[in-house]
Ligand binder design. Structure first.
Ligand SMILES: [Zn+2]
Length: 150
């Protein structure tokens, strides 16, 4: 894995930890180096997926998020569609990864891309926007409260 991919994964974990600390019951347990993985031959077994057409994939059985290495490397993606196709603008840079993680994490215990998903996704993405703007996102340490989920 190249340096960008590793740094991209850091952004994923940071996003997950921030959201987990604010919404502990709505996100799976975040285990370092295990919950969020870059897609590769090595992670295929854990990921339970052999082909990756989407930018990322949430495995609702193992509670893992698998992300394409190209996404972590180049950070150029189309935004989640909320209302219509005009939502699907190109996102670039760190925000592309933060937005994608907000999307994938919103899939935990929320099926499909229907209304329930969209509400959760919007809540997560708005929280992350606040976190970036306030500077919280760029602070050294994010404390993750003990998970109270079953
Ligand atoms: Zn999705």
């Amino acid at each position: 894995m190249n340096k960008n991919v590793i740094q991209g994964l850091d952004i994923c974990y940071k996003t997950a930890n921030i959201l987990k600390s604010s919404y502990p019951n709505e996100i799976m347990k975040i285990k370092p180096n295990d919950t969020i993985l870059a897609f590769s031959k090595q992670t295929t077994r854990k990921a339970r997926t052999k082909n990756m057409n989407a930018y990322a994939f949430y495995d609702r059985k193992t509670h893992r998020v698998i992300i394409k290495q190209k996404v972590l490397d180049k950070r150029l993606i189309l935004r989640t569609k909320v209302k219509n196709q005009s939502d699907r603008i190109m996102l670039s840079g760190n925000w592309a990864i933060i937005e994608l993680m907000s999307h994938e994490l919103a899939h935990h215990r929320t099926k499909g891309h229907a209304k329930g998903f969209k509400i959760k996704y919007k809540k997560f993405v708005n929280h992350m926007a606040q976190s970036v703007m306030s500077g919280e996102f760029y602070c050294e340490k994010i404390s993750v409260k003990e998970s109270v989920q079953k």
